[in-house]
Design a binder for this molecule. Sequence first.
Ligand SMILES: Cc1ncc(COP(=O)(O)O)c(C=O)c1O
Length: 384
Amino acid sequence: MDVSFSVFDTLIDRSDMSSDKWSKYPENVIPMWVADMDFDSPDCIKKSLNQRVSKGVYGYTHTPKSLVKAIQSHLSTHYNWDVSSAHLVHLPGLVCALHLSVRVFSNEGDGIVVPGPVYYHLTKAPALSGRDLLNVDMVIDDGRWVPNMSQFEAACANPKSKMILLCNPHNPGGTVYTKAELLSIHALAKKYDLVVVSDEIHCDLILDNLSHVPFASLNKDASSRTITLMAPSKTFNIAGLGYAFAVIESAELRQVFNKERAGLIPSPNMLGLTAAVAAYEDGQEWHEALLVYLKGNRDLLVERLASTPLKMQHLEATYLAWIDASALSLDNPYQFFVDAGVGVSDGKDFGNSNYVRLNFGCPQSILDQAMTRIEEALIKHKFM
Ligand SMILES: Cc1ncc(COP(=O)(O)O)c(C=O)c1O
């Protein structure tokens, strides 16, 4: 492999980049919260962006055919999923599509079934639009976070239910749903005639030897009721460039979605499109090296946590560790981490304040330093 690990080991000063991640906490706190990585993007992306920027004309831009082809090839190669170009909807981000889908495919007072704790926009989307959130608990089964299926059935059977919001791979918790698990969820969607919005933004970040199965690829019925949301943004660290896409195979769902987004959700930004083409066409080697590096970080985290009272289930995907601090019996575990100098995400935002979410998409030396700070704080407060 041509991509050397040193590209991921390099410390990058983001202090002059108006970075959300690096502005939230004081300088003495290592930011390990929002899902962006402290890595340089692949050279192929930087080169493409530089070439495009040097042209100097930045007018309205449509999605290039090369991007459509690159996405189709990516989905076919990695997920054995053949998608027609007509079924793709290009977007400036994924979150707006989540919120829009809830508003378009359900009415006020309808129920939206969401397995959680989960990335907060999946619960915000129903809450902000006057829908009823029908929570399904994610529970630990054989060391993995999975939805409680009897609760899932009860929520779907609720006469108010209109939609399931799924996050696969699951954030936080890192579950890569198996085909069998997805088929059980699909059986519920079909039985109770629900639309499924499947947020699959983390699908290219699988750390184990597992396959991501797009929900819509399960069978014809699944494809006819699903809006799949994907993006290169997490994988290639280009979230600030604002590009995502939806796959909506049902003509009826797609037409309604497109009608409602018209005039409200802008087209993707020219630089986002440029970066996405480069990522999918030429980012493969960098991506493979990234996964090996992230796996090393996950394994380091597991090793360092093992000697502490903090717990984590096996993380199959993502660079977002879901850490159980309940053994500390603190009123505010999040604050404990921040006081220790590690700026994690508060588990409360995802649905469980006994947890924190730690982003390990960073040079290993930074992760190492953060773990030392956590260990020192645990020792200082006599937790170990
Ligand atoms: C599950 C999930 N969906 C969506 C997003 C954000 O998507 P976007 O930046 O394209 O709006 C994130 C970011 O952390 C995420 O984890």
